[in-house]
Design a protein around this ligand. Sequence first.
Ligand code: TMP
Length: 259
Amino acid sequence: MSRRRQIYEGKAKILYEGPEPGTLIQYFKDDATAFNAQKKGTISGKGVLNNRISEHVFTLLAGIGVPTHFIRRLNMREQLIRQAEIIPIEVVVRNVAAGSIVKRLGLEEGSQLPRTIIEYYYKDDALGDPMVADEHIACFGWASQEEMHDIADMAIRVNDFMCGLFAGIGIRLVDFKLEFGRVFENDYARVILADEISPDGCRLWDMATNEKLDKDRFRQDLGGEVEAYQEVARRLGLLPEGDTTVLDMEKHRKSRTKK
Ligand code: TMP
């Protein structure tokens, strides 16, 4: 394919060297994993949809003053981003009980939490991304107190904005995961939003039916993954009404591989 230098390959994305120093190209794969990669599969067309959805959300967030790594989309599966030193913490924001918190605390799935909760997980696949407290983050120097203050502040602002964005299209923002990175400007480090925001790392439920429009369709073997991601993109206004290009491409690919 290309002769660009690959910098990193993750479960759902690949990072390549960018055209200028301080930039990278983020390539969105169709690969899907769950339960720390114990379950693996592909959701054909997911990469294309996540590239578009993440572009859209990051652009809107930049518009309300949240600094992000996003520069511009390059093509169907790639976007140009600022190179950042990833802070090894997954920041999970929860509005409604679902997923691991339901099991951990014995809550009823779908119940509104009395207030929004922010949780931190240490990014380490070998350890299964364990939940950690601010104390661990400070003790082991994964991020400074000042950085954690900025991260919590941004996480709340992103949540407020995204709750409204999705409510406006009939979707309940149950929870989501964010990642942050450091960029250095004249010896001064600043925290920016990194990674992606897409149905891979969010729980999105249809407000009318509670239908899941996110990666839980894959995690729980519910089927209809691409259709769900496409529905999110369509409601965000990213696909013209009736546009089934991604699905058509997929049907075409399947019919070719069957022969
Ligand atoms: P959880 O309920 O499994 O802890 O997940 C909370 C949210 O974070 C959910 O929207 C899915 C997202 N998430 C990721 O994006 N990556 C992960 O590795 C995990 C465990 C969760």
